[in-house]
Design a protein around this ligand. Structure first.
Ligand code: AMP
Ligand code: MG
Length: 352
């Protein structure tokens, strides 16, 4: 049976989307506000891609809502099965063999993600690179073992990585790889799924929705009687007011950061976000929150900005339409002074 939560109209729901490490904490908090018509707030959490896909919408029709949730579950399962690089049998993992030196046709889902990854590789000047699977596996091993990767393994993985080895053929939606690389869509897949879920809800007549997956969010039309979804970027220290308080509709927002996902060897910090030029994790700490039109764009852009840093990353954001950024970094790794760079037309803070 579908798990359908009819939550009380006055329920205050907080989604803690993302937080920094112990020194400070940043959270995005979404508050569906109080509706006063017959629409009910519906909320469901769907485990997917190793995290939770959280779907929230307003509906007057329980049957339509149940159907929509069933479809959200189906979509989440389908997209995860295709994109995961943890399953050697997934369509994505299989490309390492099936697309080596010959064109391999792809499913519409995989094709869309390949095309978006191709766009982002170009837009970011190579900083976003979804072909680093061999290097991200080395990173995972290194984090587990706490031992430096042998230089030979790193060089071999670097040789078998890089978007320049990926060829896409629009005519029949096929892909070829020139090296036995492995794809890793970890920096765009969640945003992509959030967009798919959002599009489904809108097409089903449920546009008052908010979809969130680990800080990759897409806001639709506002809750009844409200002007937007209230999103808070939580303070850097407990007890302080939020860093930003935004009222969003028809927008996407995503945060990437390395303040949790890193390890240290011999005092050197290695983030889970890799610099494609060197194949190793960026030193950080850095975090980027991106406002954009779609969740896939916000997701990819946030990762790219972390690689590029506030200077080049800020310039990238300035070139993009409908895009804003807040970039947080330590000026020097050993000096806990946080720099906040805001880029873009500065979305109005909410007064609510
Ligand atoms: P995100 O949390 O969206 O920034 O995605 C981070 C994940 O994307 C990592 O855990 C890797 O799986 C993958 N990744 C790491 N570095 C890059 C990069 N430079 N470009 C694209 N994906 C990356
Ligand atoms: Mg990302």
């Amino acid at each position: 049976m579908t798990l359908l939560n009819w939550i009380p109209q006055r329920t205050f729901s907080t989604l803690c989307l993302w937080a920094f490490a112990s020194l400070f904490s940043v959270e995005l908090i979404a508050q569906p506000t109080t509706p006063s018509d017959a629409a009910q707030a519906i909320e469901v959490d769907i485990p997917s891609m190793g995290t939770i896909l959280s779907v929230k919408f307003y509906s007057t029709d329980p049957l339509a809502a149940t159907k929509a949730i069933d479809e959200c579950r189906r979509l989440a399962g389908e997209v995860e099965r295709i994109l995961t690089d943890y399953d050697p049998d997934s369509e994505t993992s299989q490309l390492t063999n099936s697309a080596l030196e010959k064109f391999q046709k792809t499913s519409p889902t995989l094709w869309s993600v390949l095309k978006a990854s191709d766009d982002w590789n170009r837009l970011s000047n190579g900083a976003f690179d979804a072909s680093l699977g061999r290097l991200t596996r080395l990173w995972r091993t290194q984090r587990r073992t706490k031992r430096p990767t042998p230089i030979e393994s790193l060089n071999n993985a670097l040789k078998d990585s890089g978007w320049q080895h990926v060829l896409l053929n629009d005519a029949d939606q096929s892909v070829q790889i020139k090296r036995p690389l492995q794809f890793d869509f970890g920096a765009i897949g969640k945003g992509f799924l959030v967009d798919r879920i959002y599009e489904h809800l809108v097409q089903t007549g449920l546009p008052r929705c908010l979809v969130n997956m680990s800080g990759n969010m897409r806001c639709g039309q506002p809750p009844p009687q409200r002007d937007g979804w209230r999103i808070e970027i939580a303070p850097l220290e407990k007890g302080q007011p939020p860093l930003r308080r935004l009222l969003l509709k028809d927008r996407a927002i995503a945060t990437s950061g390395d303040l949790w996902q890193f390890y240290t060897i011999d005092g050197k910090r290695f983030s889970h976000i890799l610099d494609p030029r060197t194949g190793v994790g960026i030193p950080g700490p850095i975090a980027a929150t991106i406002l954009s039109k779609t969740a896939a764009d916000a997701d990819a852009c946030a990762t790219a900005v972390c690689v590029l840093g506030p200077g080049e990353g800020g310039q990238l954001v300035e070139r993009l339409p409908n895009t804003e950024a807040w970039i947080l970094e330590h000026r020097q790794p050993d000096v806990p002074v946080l720099m906040v760079h805001a880029v873009g037309p500065a979305t109005q803070d909410s007064q609510n």
